[in-house]
Write a protein that binds this ligand. Structure first.
Ligand code: FPP
Length: 241
């Protein structure tokens, strides 16, 4: 299939894994890997936008990442916060709208300010959507949605018999973001790691051995080409004449 015939996935999600291993293999500290990972994130955004991808979800910090050593957690928080402040102008220049998926509890005030600030500052942008996942866990997101639905049911605002998949979708952190079409995982691990559990129900997985800091546009092209070779059936059948 030629480049021009490629179907571009509407929503691409990335588990940005392998920063630590990238650094250790080079005799560097893990935090150096995260710094390079930040550069890869910037590259990825430009390459995704250039290919006409509508939505990108990035797993920057999970609810489980708090169990890492304190200096690494602090370094990650500082890195994500400073990237948000530093990249805001470029996001706006490129008409990118940012949403944040995650829990407020536990996040330091400067991080909350940076996240809320970026969401507000990009609210009128109409280009590519960035769903940044910080202090995010797929199970907790579904728990939070369930609590909200239960509260409404108890208050009589919602009929239990009417609850369906769309009800859950409407109570996710960012209901506007459509299902994931393509999930990319660098670093070789074959697992979902509590990322976008609801949204990846029918996502195609692309696992690559290279680490996130070495991610380039060529990796993205390879992932899109692989996606184009998949036959998406969504639980149904493709009938051959
Ligand atoms: C996983 O690698 C990566 C993370 C937990 C952090 C991801 C964060 C960034 C890429 C920083 C930049 C983010 C933004 C939004 C600017 P790992 O440390 O688990 O790697 P390992 O599996 O090799 O140990």
């Amino acid at each position: 299939m030629s480049e021009t015939e490629m179907v571009i996935p509407r929503h691409v999600a990335v588990i940005m894994d392998g920063n630590g291993r990238w650094a250790l293999e080079r005799g560097l500290k893990r935090t150096e890997g995260h710094r390079e990972g930040r550069k890869a994130t910037q590259r990825f955004m430009r390459e995704a936008d250039a290919r006409g991808i509508g939505y990108v979800s990035l797993y920057a910090f999970s609810t489980e990442n708090w169990s890492r050593p304190e200096p690494e957690v602090e370094a990650l928080m500082g890195l994500i916060e400073s990237a948000l402040v530093a990249e805001l102008e470029e996001l706006c220049r490129n008409d990118v709208r940012m949403y944040w998926s995650g829990r407020r509890e536990g996040l330091p005030a400067p991080m909350l300010r940076a996240l809320d600030g970026a969401v507000a500052a990009t609210a009128d942008n109409r280009g590519m959507v960035l769903n940044l996942c910080v202090n995010y866990g797929g199970q907790i997101e579904i728990v939070d949605a369930t609590k909200e639905i239960a509260r409404k049911a108890v208050a009589g605002e919602l009929d239990v018999e009417e609850i369906g998949p769309e009800t859950v979708q409407q109570h996710l952190y960012v209901p506007e973001v459509p299902p994931v079409d393509l999930l990319i995982r660098p670093g070789g691990d074959l697992r979902i790691s509590n990322f976008l559990l609801w949204q990846t129900a029918y996502a195609e997985f692309y696992v690559m051995p290279d680490y996130w800091p070495s991610f380039t546009g060529e990796h993205l092209d390879a992932a899109i080409a692989d996606y184009n070779r998949r036959q998406r059936r969504f639980g149904g059948l493709v009938l051959v004449e």
